[in-house]
Design a protein around this ligand. Structure first.
Ligand SMILES: *Cc1c(COP(=O)(O)O)cnc(C)c1O
Length: 817
């Protein structure tokens, strides 16, 4: 079995043709002679050659969708964390090995080119990565779809660790031109802000004319998204802001050269930067401008496309719009404005059309992340939308009153306007009301949604909330990231598992096969050597590939509890010092993740991890049995390297706080065992892999709620746990921060008296689960058996399965079987 057999044998493509195409691209598109070409020129030429192969199929797909008048899905997301495209496109086209050979004949190494591609980080974390996985699965399932988002000039910041601290640098991913995109200067929509509104007499008195004070143009950039085996290609359309009048010549001619460019700077600021905050709202005016800018451009665009072939009345038969969180929620009001004011649709009819097309995915229950906007800001920036929201709200509350629901407390909780304190527009309720379906992203999260944020809405509209547990694309996260494991799985389960991941369930029948254990161990070991090289190169830390790689990779956030992990590491280190001759399981603790630039506590946690690493890694008495490494600049490319080399997956959030997680799925799919809480999709992973093959510990969501109600002072809890008490005392004493003994004092105080995330409360349970992990590691047959049961068990978490569920239950889009 060679790698080339992994994918479709290339049909009419041969090595010589591909080689000629690359050389042509190099000459005529990059403008370089092969003799003078640098590595980056080869990357561009290769990407452009691959793009040609994608375009042929793209046009066929688009033509077919149009001819067959298929229903289209529009996925609106402020973030698309797509990662690199070269290997992904090659893999889905079945061209990887043909390309490797063609490049080889030109003296160029495909793996080297792979590393040269910038990693587009147009998202913060899980939410943006989910959008990227769903785009890939929609293309693979031939669901006609467009992703709509923003083409940020600067993606998520590049993280550098200096003296153990995070530093942020701009991410200039567009510096050397982006070979995958097509600029469409002819696709431009005016986006208004501010100004005044004049009521109109017609259309039941509901229509108005909005005269914006300011207009910005949205320009489209299209990137083709090719599905598995190249069967279908969809479009990711990202918007860029341009000033309609880039240079004020009158101002320029008066000698004010900078002033002449001011309007341009203001307009283009809208798409300059991604907000680097995860799970919380920045609440800045620029953010609201971004949200309206991309929602308006997208809805104008999809209405134009629809009206080319069909009347407005058929909109819900032809269009489904998915809101990825509330960031595009202003689109509900924008749709109403376009229908009522521009297309003269009667209000009730327009509302039915709007609800017919929209649906909304909720991603978080964290109160600080539930989006609201101050009414005065809305009135100033989007005066017509504010009126529309008031009217939607008034009619909604009237309908409730007519149904006998007059309790003022109920009406206040289900109002679109939050009246506690300064008035704010609540975007979650706006999304709920404007949608025919609302979904959570794991079974637990969906149940909690019904009980908390949308409790009253759920009582009023009991059929609206559904669950769609997240998924990941196996093409990127298994085939491309872990070709060694993929080859092994194909040998055991057959070639068909590349198309139907559920086929991996048959691994259960082979979970006791010791020869298979050995081969799985060899694949893992090779991946760990590669990661070990990366760790040494990027941090200078040497690690033993035979040690357990214990991995926590995700955004740094208090609820994700990296703090629990590093505290247990401190305790383990103390135990190793106290009992140096015990037979300790060698471990490498691997961390990676970015903290929002303004999130001081998260940044302090990064510093703590690095402080602990410095002390532990320098302690020769440990004889290499414990190492701690913080890998800088976590992104999709780094995840693709870490995950196939992971033995243990840390999914240890405070129960009830992680909506789903998708990192948990990627790691289990690659055969890592999970240590985790009963949170998010961990609950469903447990159901599918079985309690013997996952290390579940800690409080349940209900126990967390009860503990918070009872009080979160942990002084007694700590006093009862000598291990935890010692670890906290070591932090407090400055053992890990000798130059600044006070560095962690306030952190320890919080863990002692204000432990909102229940780190102290869950510490002992976590430490004993970790002891169990060490125990299992000593029994390789048991370990690899569990690993196989994980790989097979989590095949359900494919984004193909998730997208199929959305298509059937939410979008009402037929699927080709
Ligand atoms: C999968 C992924 C995430 C989400 O990880 P969680 O563990 O679910 O929070 C974040 N960032 C990147 C780069 C990812 O690939």
């Amino acid at each position: 079995m060679t790698a080339s057999q992994l994918a479709l044998p290339s049909q009419d493509e041969d090595v010589a043709a591909l080689r000629r195409l690359i050389v042509n691209k190099l000459a005529y598109s990059v403008g370089k002679d092969p003799i003078a070409a640098r590595a980056h020129d080869w990357f561009l030429a290769t990407a452009l050659a691959v793009r040609d192969r994608v375009i042929e199929r793209w046009m066929t797909s688009t033509r077919a969708t149009k001819a067959e008048k298929k229903k289209r899905v529009y996925y609106l997301s402020l973030e698309f964390l797509i990662g690199r495209s070269l290997v992904d496109s090659l893999h889905n086209l079945g061209l990887t090995e043909t390309m490797r050979t063609a490049l080889g004949e030109l003296g160029v190494d495909l793996e080297a080119l792979r590393g040269l591609e910038p990693d587009p980080a147009l998202g913060n974390g899980g939410l943006g990565r989910l959008a990227a996985c769903y785009m890939e699965s929609m293309a693979s399932l031939a669901v006609p779809a467009h992703g709509y988002g923003i083409r940020y000039e600067n993606g998520l910041f590049r993280q550098v660790i200096k003296d153990g601290e995070q530093q942020e640098f701009p991410d200039t991913w567009l510096e050397h031109r982006n070979p995958w995109e097509f600029e469409r200067p002819e696709v431009a929509y005016p986006i208004g802000f501010g100004g005044s509104v004049e009521a109109l007499a017609g259309n039941g008195g509901h229509a108005a004319i909005w005269r914006p004070a300011e207009t910005v143009d949205a320009i489209a950039f299209d990137t083709p998204v090719v599905g598995w085996r190249g069967r279908h290609v969809n479009t990711l359309r990202l918007w860029s802001a341009r000033a309609p009048d880039p240079l004020r010549l009158d101002t320029f001619n008066r000698g004010d050269h900078l002033g002449a460019l001011a309007a341009r700077g203001r307009a283009e600021a809208i798409t300059q930067v991604l907000y680097p905050s995860d799970e919380s709202e920045a609440g800045q005016e620029l953010r609201l401008r971004q949200e309206y800018f991309f929602a308006s451009a997208s809805i104008q665009d999809l209405l134009r496309r629809h009206l080319e072939t069909a009347p407005l009345e058929t909109l819900p038969d032809c269009v489904a719009i998915q809101l990825n969180d509330t960031h595009p929620a202003i689109g509900v009001a924008e749709m109403m404005r376009l229908l009522v004011d521009v297309h003269q649709v009667e209000w009730e009819k327009a509302w039915a059309l709007t609800q017919g097309v929209f649906s909304y995915t909720n991603h978080t229950l964290l109160p600080e992340a539930l989006e609201t906007w101050p009414v005065p800001l809305m009135e100033r920036l989007l005066p017509r939308h504010m009126q529309i929201i008031y009217l939607i709200n008034a009619l909604h509350l009237d309908r409730l009153a007519e149904g006998g629901k007059t309790d003022p407390a109920l009406l206040a909780t289900v109002s679109l306007i939050d009246e506690h304190g300064p008035r704010r527009v609540r975007m979650g309720p706006l999304s709920f009301l404007g949608s025919h379906k609302v979904n959570g992203v794991s079974a637990l999260h969906t149940e909690l949604m019904k009980e908390t944020v949308f409790r009253d809405f759920h009582a009023l509209y009991p059929d609206r909330i559904v669950n769609k547990t997240n998924g990941i694309t196996f093409r990127r996260w298994l085939h491309e990231a872990n070709p060694g494991l993929t080859r092994l799985l194909v040998e055991v389960a057959g070639e068909s598992v590349l198309d139907k991941a559920e086929g991996l369930e048959m691994l259960a029948a082979h979970s006791g096969d010791s020869a298979l254990h050995e081969r799985l161990a060899r694949v893992r070991r090779a991946n760990k050597e590669v990661l070990g090289g990366i760790i040494e190169e990027r941090t200078g830390i040497r690690v033993d590939p035979d040690a357990m790689f214990d991995v926590q990779i995700k955004r740094i956030h208090e609820y994700k509890r990296q703090l629990l992990n590093i505290l247990e590491t401190v305790a383990l280190y103390a135990a190793m010092r106290a009992h140096p001759t015990s037979d300790w399981t060698p471990r490498v603790k691997i961390f990676a993740g970015k903290a929002a630039a303004s999130y001081h506590r998260a940044k302090l946690i990064i510093k703590l991890i690095n402080d602990v690493a410095a002390v532990v890694n320098a302690d020769a008495t440990l004889r290499g049995r414990l190492k701690v490494a913080f890998l800088p600049n976590y992104n999709v490319s780094l995840a693709e390297r870490i995950i196939p080399a992971s033995d243990l997956s840390e999914q240890i959030s405070t129960a009830g706080m992680e909506a789903s997680g998708t990192g948990n799925m990627k790691l289990a799919l690659n055969g890592a065992l999970t240590i985790g809480t009963l949170d998010g999709a961990n609950v469903e992973i447990l159901e599918r892999v079985g309690a013997d093959n996952i290390f579940i510990f800690g409080m349940t969501a209900a126990e967390v709620e009860a503990r918070r109600a009872a009080g979160i002072d942990m002084a007694e809890t700590i006093a009862a746990s000598p291990m935890l008490a010692q670890a906290l005392e070591e932090l407090r004493s400055g053992r890990f921060s000798p130059g600044e003994p006070d560095r962690y004092r306030s952190l320890v105080d919080d863990l002692t008296h204000r432990d909102y995330f229940l780190v102290s409360a869950d510490f002992d349970a976590y430490a004993s689960a970790q002891a169990e992990v060490a125990q299992r590691w000593r029994d390789p047959a048991a370990w690899w058996r569990s690993a196989l049961l994980n790989i097979g068990g989590v095949s359900w978490f494919s984004s193909d399965r998730a997208v199929r569920e959305y298509a059937e239950d939410i979008w009402n889009v037929p699927l080709a079987r």
